[in-house]
Design a protein around this ligand. Structure first.
Ligand code: NAP
Length: 314
């Protein structure tokens, strides 16, 4: 029997695990470290890695798989994979763009509405019995017609902007260059964008190039009526500055799906009334996760068949 040529690294729920095994004959490892501990004959046979998770996957991990030709990431964000190290070893990388953009944009808009209309506080009021005892929710703020800023107008950012435009919002954005839009306002830097809007939605890639792009200065420009929404990566926000801004009222609130050090997030978030917290569930629907897993497997099948990769990164 020939050695399996696909190694799935990371936590794979059913039915993805069974499909990786039945379609590709995959073997499994929980982490890059565990993959490196597999017997040498198994590691030598691996041509493709199906990668899932946020643990770093670097050059040393790749070197333990000497026949590796492809790392197929489960997810559009591939900042945990050292792509430069992969390219230097002639290893291709793929991701799962587009299929998840709707879900992530839906969650961003949901967080924006939750924070704008104080829905968490409303829910608390009803459940606690304070409403039935006569207390009303203080009037909150009108979201439709407000000013929204998108930091990173890529695939997901554009889906968010399209949704917010349907809320009659005035759309502003920052990207590295101006883009064709239906009249949205481009800003040359993130501080200028934050200063022009009530809601700042972060849809950047993660990684070194965008680290702490939502800085103390950006939060100061967003101001005491400003609400920050982050569905990108925790690394894009200076989290110390964000916590301070939330604690002091320098900004009004935040809706967050991603954090530094998730899932063991800074406990200061848990005591704040003005945040809505989500467990990095942007793409977490049954339908979209199945599409992502399918695209990951199709990229591996393409490599093994000698066909062009569907969604290459490098
Ligand atoms: P995308 O189409 O590549 O858009 C990324 C945006 O980031 C673009 O606006 C791009 O700017 C900007 N960008 C890229 N590299 C940059 C750099 N070095 N410096 C500054 N800006 C940079 O990606 P996408 O499909 O929209 O996905 C965006 C991110 O969302 C993913 O990378 C991932 O981290 C995150 N995500 C989160 C979830 C979740 O569960 N919460 C799910 C899926 C994805 P330009 O327009 O100038 O190129």
């Amino acid at each position: 029997m020939t050695a399996p040529n696909t190694l799935a690294i990371g936590p794979y729920p059913e039915p993805d695990r069974s499909l990786l095994a039945s379609e590709l004959g995959a073997i499994f490892a929980a982490s890059p470290t565990e993959a490196g501990l597999l017997p040498e004959p198994l590691r030598a046979g691996v041509r493709a890695v199906a990668y899932r998770g946020h643990l770093p996957f670097g050059g040393a991990d790749m070197d333990r798989l000497p026949g590796l030709q492809l790392i197929a990431n489960y997810g559009v964000g591939y900042d945990s994979i050292d792509v430069a190290a992969a390219t230097a070893r002639s290893i291709r990388v793929t991701n799962t763009p587009d299929v998840l953009s709707d879900d992530v944009a839906d969650l961003a808009v949901g967080l924006l509405l939750t924070q704008g209309r104080q829905m968490r506080q409303g829910d608390d009021l009803v459940r606690s019995g304070r409403w039935s005892a006569g207390q009303d929710l203080p009037l909150n703020r009108k979201v439709s017609g407000g000013r929204a800023g998108i930091l990173g107008l890529g695939r997901i950012g554009r889906e968010i902007a399209d949704r917010l435009a349907a809320f009659k919002m005035d759309i502003h954005y920052w990207a590295r260059s101006e883009k064709p839009t239906p009249g949205w306002t481009w800003h040359a830097d993130p501080v200028s964008l934050a200063g022009a809007v009530d809601y700042l939605v972060v849809a950047l890639v993660g990684g070194e190039g965008t680290r702490n792009m939502v800085s103390r200065e950006v939060l100061a420009a967003l101001g005491p009526r400003g609400i920050l929404i982050n569905i990108s990566r925790g690394s894009t926000v200076d989290e110390g500055a964000l916590l301070e801004a939330l604690e002091t009222g320098a900004i009004a609130g935040a809706g967050l799906d991603v954090f530094w050090n998730e899932p063991r997030i800074d406990p200061r978030f848990l005591t704040l009334e003005n945040v809505a917290l989500q467990p990095h569930q942007g793409s977490g629907t049954v339908e979209t996760r199945a599409d992502m897993a399918r695209l990951q497997r199709d990229n591996i099948a393409a490599l093994l068949a000698g066909a062009p990769l569907l969604t290459p990164v490098n």
